[in-house]
Write a protein of this length. Structure first.
Lengths: 307, 344
């Protein structure tokens, strides 16, 4: 068990390192940050000074080595634009993103799982088909389309809600609805197919045959089994949480991490982009590990060996 | 009610035909759309009696018992009556049925591993039945579950209670299923192919266990199997089903001594007899007709070596050959002679 955990952590660190390494190389090879930051008309002496100041004149592997060494000291780098430490900058944006992400995920899970279970228990009836039609619609409409449609209706026509920004909690409503719709749709489909599959299993008949009421059969025997694949899907959603709102944040001009990525990539502010990527990769890896752990908690068949 | 074991003992000793049966099926019909899968079944199970239901797959033997307990999906329509001591439980409320299921009637299924919830400890699954039917909780329930495990021959019962189904063998899981079915102290145990998914050596153990428990607890038993020899070992009476109908029924002894339906003869011919010199096993040509393709007369007529024009005219009814022996073959009386001279 300890060996398993150690292997798992080592693999997680390696994954993060590879992601960061690739991003590091891609950002520096695709264009020259010095030219982007200083502009194409900057005098060559200024460009050279900028490169020397930021270590951009050194070989790539050496830059990467310094970068990793800095990470180990807890230094995430400084913004090429204003020299500020990137960690507080990225950190504050993370909080803003989570303000819409956490409610959206909670609503998505609640609505999606209930709708999926509802549809599964009415398998092949008009109600089931109606729910699944809704899920397909919610799944296929891209976030920017849904976001713009919501803005048109609730901000432009009805004037009930602001179209963007984050001045009050009311400005969070439309982005939250936009994000949760997609998640609810995905989860509804997953939950439905999982519950339908479980309901066909012989142990469900056994549960009825021992005298449990149908309600109890569902709650005590069907749902714990059906939850296993659904939890995986939720795990991946949590992993993609930080990076998932790029489009939605742009539509609603919500000043979160997604917007920071867009502006920093455009400005070649490599330290910021790297910090964000490091964070996103770590979140993804951590959520995967959590899913693995939850798996063994939910499904005793995956616990190693006999006790 | 559960205390009246003494009454049950005495009634079991009486002639099954005379006493009020524990369970009586009257015209039980199960249909998909308008096509009957089980067609007007009449059957009595006396207290303490062991009845074997035999037939090929598709003969409606399992469906019958799922229908009696209301465990079929809603797409199958059930008609007729199933009288559990004069109370019709067909179409009964879910509340009522949930008291019967696992309470007065215990069920065991074919594939023990997939019939147990994979994410729940086996002890908890037995305790759940104890809580439902006997109101036991906590320590009392666990003690009783351990006693049941010991009763069905699970070694190291205390520790096995905390195992998951995948940690036990097929035979042990089937013992868990039996313990679970016994938890409600049933008066009738319905065992649907309880040994089919198990190794041959384990099969004999499980059969012997079911037989012993039936005698000790004075339960009625319905043993469903495709294998006549399995049923013959345990049962007093055998019901041979084909295409949702009873072809022949009789005491095990008389059915084996003088099988009076060509289908029964076919089933007997398909089983190896170890005492004799090895012979090529006979097989019944063709297959069970589908509900939408049912012959107008005797359902076995297309496969029957003794069929004659009258067989396809009308569905033959069960008729008495002896007080404890009935056959639905219009040539039942001629069969012994026909068998000597070979098929016509």
């Amino acid at each position: 068990m300890l060996l398993f955990a150690t292997k798992r952590v080592a693999r997680a660190i390696l994954t993060v390192l590879i992601v960061v390494g690739c991003a590091f190389a891609a950002l520096r090879l695709s264009s020259d940050p010095a030219l982007v930051v200083l502009g194409p008309d900057a005098p060559p002496s200024a460009v050279a000074a900028f490169r020397a100041a930021w270590g951009l004149d050194q070989p790539l592997w050496q830059q990467f080595f310094y970068y990793i060494a800095g990470l180990l000291r807890g230094e995430f780098g400084r913004s090429l634009l204003n020299g500020a430490d990137v960690l507080p900058l990225v950190g504050s944006r993370v909080l803003v993103t989570l303000e819409i992400m956490i409610p959206a995920l909670a609503i998505g899970i609640l609505v999606g799982v209930s709708a999926g279970a509802y549809a599964a228990l009415r398998h092949n009836t008009p109600k089931d088909r109606l729910v699944m039609m809704g899920a397909v619609a919610g799944f296929t409409v891209p976030h920017f389309v849904l976001g713009l449609v919501l803005v048109l209706i609730f901000a432009v026509h009805l004037g009930w809600l602001p179209s963007g920004g984050n001045d009050s909690w009311r400005s969070a409503i439309l982005p939250v609805v936009t994000l949760s719709t997609g998640w609810a749709a995905v989860l509804a489909r997953f939950t439905r197919s999982s519950v339908v599959e479980v309901l066909g299993q012989p142990y469900i008949r056994t549960a009825s045959a021992k005298g449990l009421l149908w309600r109890a059969v569902i709650i005590r025997h069907a749902l714990p089994n059906a939850a296993i694949p659904v939890v995986t899907t939720i795990g991946f959603m949590v992993g993609g949480l930080l990076a998932g709102a790029v489009v939605t944040e742009s539509v609603f001009s919500w000043p979160g991490l997604g917007q920071l990525i867009v502006t920093s990539v455009a400005a070649r502010d490599v330290a910021v982009v790297q910090c964000v990527l490091l964070l996103v990769a770590t979140a993804m890896v951590l959520s995967n590990m959590t899913v693995d752990f939850l798996y063994t908690l939910l499904d005793p068949r995956l616990r190693g060996g006999r006790h | 009610m559960k205390g009246s074991r003494g009454d049950r003992l005495s009634s079991a000793d009486r002639d099954p035909a005379g006493a009020t049966p524990l369970l009586e099926l009257r015209g039980l019909t199960v249909s998909v759309g308008h096509l009957p899968v089980v067609a007007g079944l009449n059957l009595k199970i006396a207290r303490g009696e062991a009845v074997g239901i035999v037939g090929e797959s598709g003969s409606g033997k399992s469906v019958t018992w799922l229908a009696v307990l209301g465990l079929l999906p809603g797409s199958l329509a059930v008609e007729g009556e199933a009288l559990l001591e004069a109370e019709n439980i067909i179409g009964a409320s879910e509340q009522r049925l949930s008291q019967v299921r696992g309470g007065r009637v215990g069920l065991i299924f074919q594939d023990p591993i997939s019939s147990l919830n994979p994410v729940q400890r086996v002890g908890a699954q037995v305790i759940e039945a104890l809580r439902l039917h006997r109101g036991l909780r906590g320590y009392a329930a666990r003690t009783e579950a351990r006693r049941l495990f010991e009763l069905v021959g699970i070694p190291d019962a205390e520790r096995r209670l905390d195992r998951y189904p995948h940690e036990l063998s097929g035979g042990q899981n089937q013992r868990v299923m039996i313990a679970m079915a016994l938890a409600g102290e049933p008066e009738l145990l319905v065992a649907d192919e309880p040994t089919t998914a198990l190794d041959v050596t384990i099969q004999a153990q499980i059969l012997a266990l079911i037989e012993r428990l039936r005698r000790e607890m004075n339960m009625s038993l319905v043993l469903i199997s495709h294998d006549l020899s399995v049923v013959a070992e345990v049962c007093d009476r055998i019901v041979v089903m084909y295409a949702g109908q009873i072809m022949e029924t009789g005491s095990t002894r008389s059915l084996f001594a003088s099988p009076s339906h060509p289908y029964t003869k076919g089933l007997l011919g398909a089983a190896p007899v170890l005492a004799q010199k090895p012979q090529r096993l006979a097989s019944i040509r063709g297959h069970v007709p589908e509900p939408w393709n049912m012959p107008p007369g005797c359902p076995f007529e297309p496969r029957c070596p003794y069929a004659m024009p009258a067989c396809s005219a009308a569905r033959p009814l069960l008729s008495n050959l002896a007080p404890d022996h009935q056959s639905a073959c219009i040539r039942a009386g001629e069969l012994p002679a026909l068998a000597r001279h070979g098929p016509t």
